[in-house]
Write a protein that binds this ligand. Structure first.
Ligand SMILES: O=C(O)CCC(=O)C(=O)O
Ligand SMILES: [Fe+2]
Length: 258
């Protein structure tokens, strides 16, 4: 068993791995965000924290914040988790319901360390990720409070996976309309270090809420593939959805035939 996996998950992974995958997928489909509480081993979380301390000056070396990506993270515990057999397999098993497959070349870890004035660039920068699946592994989070604690806000599953350029632009433009953002249901979550979170990055509008400049917030995002990365590679994908909630398939099948 990989050293980053907390003891309390060993038995489930050994005896009911399929059930674990199903649970995550159902939670993402139904709520937009799945969570495995205390998934990261406490010793490993301490290792991640030490790595954040080491990497913070690297991220701010130019005087402006630079998210750490790709080779910036080579030989760090963030790489170890992202490219572990377990995590790659888990991502593929979750995405299998959509007829999606990702390989190591489609996987990109990003470490976002937010602190001080220069860390404010990420705040309220609402967006869709390019990815099919995003796993968030928070390392350092401000204590939950009424404001300025950098909550993660998500408008879950507001669009399907699609390789259509015009639909992509349409959704981006719609999402910029503040009134629509108020009408469409969203959730704000205080990420908890040690937990592992999952959402469909391409399908869910999201971002970080206000953050106090004297708080530190470090979150590692593991990004898995995406419709336009597949298209660039010449892969036209027909996104099946065994994962579609029953209420939608029922609605579709009761449409009047014409
Ligand atoms: O850490 C967060 O609140 C989300 C960051 C994010 O969505 C991203 O970097 O793409
Ligand atoms: Fe994102």
């Amino acid at each position: 068993m990989q050293r980053f996996i907390n003891d309390c998950y060993h038995e489930e992974i050994r005896n009911d791995y399929a059930g674990l995958v199903r649970r995550i997928r159902t939670q993402i489909d139904e709520t937009g965000l799945a969570v495995l509480d205390d998934f990261i081993h406490p010793d490993f979380l301490a290792t991640l924290r030490a790595a954040v301390d080491q990497l913070t000056p690297v991220s701010y070396a130019s005087g402006k914040r630079k998210p750490l990506v790709g080779t910036d993270l080579k030989d760090t515990p963030f790489y170890e988790v992202t490219f572990s057999d377990f995590v790659i397999q888990l991502a593929n098993d979750i995405l299998d319901a959509f007829n999606i497959h990702v390989e190591a070349a489609d996987i990109h870890p990003v470490l976002g360390i937010l602190v001080g004035e220069q860390g404010q660039d990420a705040v309220k920068g609402w967006h869709f990720d390019a990815t099919y699946l995003t796993m968030a592994m928070p390392i350092v989070m401000p204590p939950p409070s009424s404001g300025g604690d950098g909550k993660f806000r998500i408008w879950p599953n507001v669009r399907p996976f699609s390789q259509s350029g015009w639909k992509n632009r349409l959704y981006w433009n719609l999402a910029k309309i503040a009134l629509l953002r108020r009408i469409v249901k969203s959730r704000a979550i205080n990420f908890v270090p040690g937990n592992l979170y999952f959402f469909y990055g391409f399908r869910s509008y999201h971002g970080t809420e206000e953050l106090d400049t004297n708080q530190v917030r470090a979150n590692c995002l593991m990004n898995f593939g995406g419709p336009f990365f597949d298209l660039q590679k010449g892969n036209v994908v027909r996104y099946t959805s065994k994962a579609t909630p029953a209420k939608f398939s029922r609605a579709a099948s009761t449409q009047p035939q014409s």
